[in-house]
Write a protein that binds this ligand. Structure first.
Ligand code: GLU
Ligand code: ZN
Length: 491
C-alpha cells in the first residue's frame, strides 16, 4: 500500500500555526514513507473562501520548503483538487445515497430550524439541533413540497439505535451513541453545494487517501464520516487527531496569545528552519532529548506512532531560542542574504542593494549574529554603519562618573592616538586603548564608552574594535571630531 495523505485547508484566512502543524505531520509522513502528499483546497464555504487565502497557503508552504505531489497548481491523476470545481461529483454521490435510503430530502426552512432550536434551548434539551422532521416523509409529501417549489437539502440518515465506535489511532476507540451524533447532518445544501462532511469523505475516498491526520477540532466529525463511509460501502482511512495547540493559559492558541499566522512570523524575521523544527515538535517527538531537526531529517525520521496524546503548549520564547540558534548555524553569506530585505525595509539599503552594502553587511555578520533573535533585529544593531549618527545631547557622551571636561580630554587624546588604527588587529587596538586609559588616568570603560557613543550613537553596540575596523578611518575620524566639537560647546 502506498501512503497517500492530504493537507486539506479551507481558504478562509491566513495560514496559522494550528493548520500548519497538521500540514507538517501529513507532509513528513508522506516523505518518510515514500508516499504521496496532496494539497486539496476545501472551499465548500463559498461565502468565506478567498483567492488570497489560497495564494497564502501556496506561499506559506513553499516558504517553509514543502512541496506537494498532487494539488491544484501542480495537477495530478485525481484532480481537480479544488472542491468548488468538483460540484457535479458531490451531487451525483448524494443522489446515490438518497436512492439507497441512506440520505433523504429535507424541506425545513431556516426559519423553522431556528424556531426548533430556540424551543430546544428554552427547554434545555440535551441535544440541540435538527429534529429529524423530514426523516420519514412519505413520497406524496415530498412530491407536494417539490411541487410548491421548495428546494430541499439532503441529509444523512444516521441510525437512531446502537453505538458507533470510531477508531482514532492516537486516542483509541471512541464510542458514541448514534442518538447523540449531530442529528442527520446536511450533506448537500439547497443550492446544490456540498457541505464539508460530504465533500471531505468523497474526496478522501476518490483520492485514495490512506491516512487522515487532522487536529482534534475535527474529531466530532469522525463518527459522521464513518457513517458516510458505511453508507457508501467504502473502506475508511486510518484517522489521527492530534490534540490542539494551546497558549500558555491552557486555551486554544489564538491571537491574544501573540502571532499566530505565518505571515506575521515571516515579517518579524523568523527563519523557516526554526518554524519547521519548533512547530513539528508540537505534538510529536523523536525521543526525550533530541531537539534539533532539519526539514530533511524530519522527512526521514517522522513516524505516526510518536504523535502525542497530550496537547502541546506554544512557547514563543522557545521559538525565539530556536530562531537564534538557527541564525547562528547559517553560513555568513546566507545569513547576510536573509538580512538584506530587512535592511531594505528599515530604509538602510537600496533596492536592489548595492555591492558595497552587501559586502559591508557580510563583514558585520560575525559581530552581530550572537546578538540576533530575529532577522528584523539587525537594523537597530547596524544602522550606524550605514547612516550618520546623531547625538542629541552632549551629555550622552559623558560616562556616569565622568565630567564633560575629562571626556573631552579623553576623546581628543583618542583622536590623536587613533591615527593609523586601520592597519591594526582588534587585539592591538585593545592594548592601545588600555595604555591610553592608563596614561589619562581613566578606567578603560570610561574611555570606551564615549568612543562607542561617538561612533555608534548608542551605548549598546556590536563589539567596538571590530565595528571601528568596518567603519574605516574616514568615518571614525569624522564622528570623533563631531563628538569633540559637540562636547566642546558644552565645556
Ligand atoms: N477543511 C478542513 C480544515 O479546514 C479539513 C479538515 C480535515 O482535514 O478533514 O481544516
Ligand atoms: Zn426537514
Amino acid at each position: 500500500m502506498t501512503v497517500r495523505v492530504r493537507f486539506a485547508p479551507s481558504p478562509t484566512g491566513k495560514m496559522h500555526i494550528g493548520n500548519l502543524r497538521n500540514a507538517f505531520f501529513d507532509y513528513f509522513y508522506a516523505r518518510a514513507t515514500g508516499g504521496k502528499f496532496l494539497l486539496r483546497i476545501e472551499d465548500t464555504d463559498q461565502g468565506r473562501s478567498t483567492e488570497g487565502s489560497i495564494q497564502n497557503i501556496y506561499d506559506t508552504l513553499r516558504w517553509l520548503g514543502l512541496s506537494w505531489d498532487e494539488g491544484p497548481d501542480v495537477g495530478g491523476p485525481f484532480g481537480p483538487y479544488v472542491q468548488s470545481e468538483r460540484n457535479a461529483v458531490y451531487g451525483d454521490y448524494a443522489a446515490k445515497l438518497v436512492s439507497a435510503g441512506h440520505a433523504y430530502r429535507c424541506y425545513c426552512s431556516p426559519e423553522r430550524l431556528e424556531a426548533v432550536r430556540k424551543e430546544q434551548t428554552e427547554k434545555k434539551l440535551p441535544v440541540i439541533g435538527y429534529d429529524r422532521h423530514c426523516r420519514d416523509l412519505t413520497e406524496t409529501q415530498r412530491a407536494e413540497y417539490d411541487e410548491q417549489g421548495l428546494k430541499p437539502v439532503i441529509r444523512l440518515r444516521i441510525p437512531l439505535e446502537s453505538v458507533t465506535v470510531f477508531r482514532d489511532e492516537i486516542l483509541g476507540d471512541i464510542e458514541k451513541a448514534n442518538i447523540d451524533i449531530n442529528p442527520d447532518p446536511v450533506l448537500l445544501k439547497s443550492d446544490g453545494f456540498p457541505t464539508y462532511h460530504l465533500a471531505n469523505v468523497i474526496d478522501d475516498h476518490l483520492m485514495e487517501i490512506t491516512h487522515v491526520i487532522r487536529s482534534q477540532e475535527w474529531l466530532s466529525s469522525g463518527p459522521i464520516h464513518l457513517h458516510l463511509y458505511q453508507a457508501f460501502g467504502w473502506e475508511p482511512p486510518k484517522y489521527y487527531h492530534p490534540p490542539l495547540i494551546l497558549g500558555k493559559d491552557g486555551h486554544k492558541l489564538a491571537k491574544r496569545h501573540g502571532s499566530t499566522t505565518l505571515d506575521e512570523f515571516r515579517e518579524k524575521g523568523y527563519l523557516p528552519e526554526a518554524i519547521v523544527n519548533y512547530v513539528t515538535l508540537l505534538g510529536w517527538s523523536y525521543d526525550d532529548t533530541r531537539e534539533f531537526f532539519s526539514r530533511e531529517e524530519f522527512e526521514k525520521l517522522f513516524t505516526l506512532d510518536k504523535l502525542s496524546k497530550s496537547s502541546a503548549v506554544f512557547d514563543y520564547k522557545k521559538l525565539d531560542w530556536f530562531n537564534g540558534q538557527y541564525m547562528r548555524k547559517l553560513e555568513p553569506a546566507d545569513l547576510r542574504d536573509r538580512l538584506v530585505p530587512f535592511m531594505q525595509q528599515a530604509g538602510l539599503f537600496a533596492s536592489p542593494p548595492t555591492e558595497a552594502e552587501r559586502k559591508t553587511l557580510l563583514d558585520i555578520v560575525p559581530l552581530i549574529r550572537e546578538r540576533l533573535t530575529l532577522l528584523s533585529d539587525c537594523a537597530s544593531w547596524t544602522s550606524f554603519f550605514f547612516e550618520d549618527v546623531s547625538i542629541a545631547d552632549p551629555a550622552e557622551l559623558v560616562p556616569k562618573k565622568g565630567t564633560p571636561e575629562k571626556t573631552l580630554e579623553t576623546l581628543t587624546a583618542l583622536n590623536t592616538s587613533l591615527a593609523g588604527f586601520e592597519g591594526k588587529s582588534e587585539e592591538e587596538l585593545e592594548s592601545d586603548f588600555k595604555a591610553l586609559a592608563e596614561k589619562l588616568g581613566v578606567k578603560l570603560g570610561d574611555l570606551l564608552m564615549p568612543l562607542r557613543v561617538a561612533l555608534t550613537g548608542t551605548t549598546k553596540s556590536p563589539p567596538l574594535m571590530g565595528s571601528m575596523l568596518i567603519l574605516g578611518k574616514d568615518k571614525v575620524e569624522a564622528r570623533l571630531s563631531a563628538a569633540i566639537a559637540l562636547l566642546g560647546e558644552k565645556v
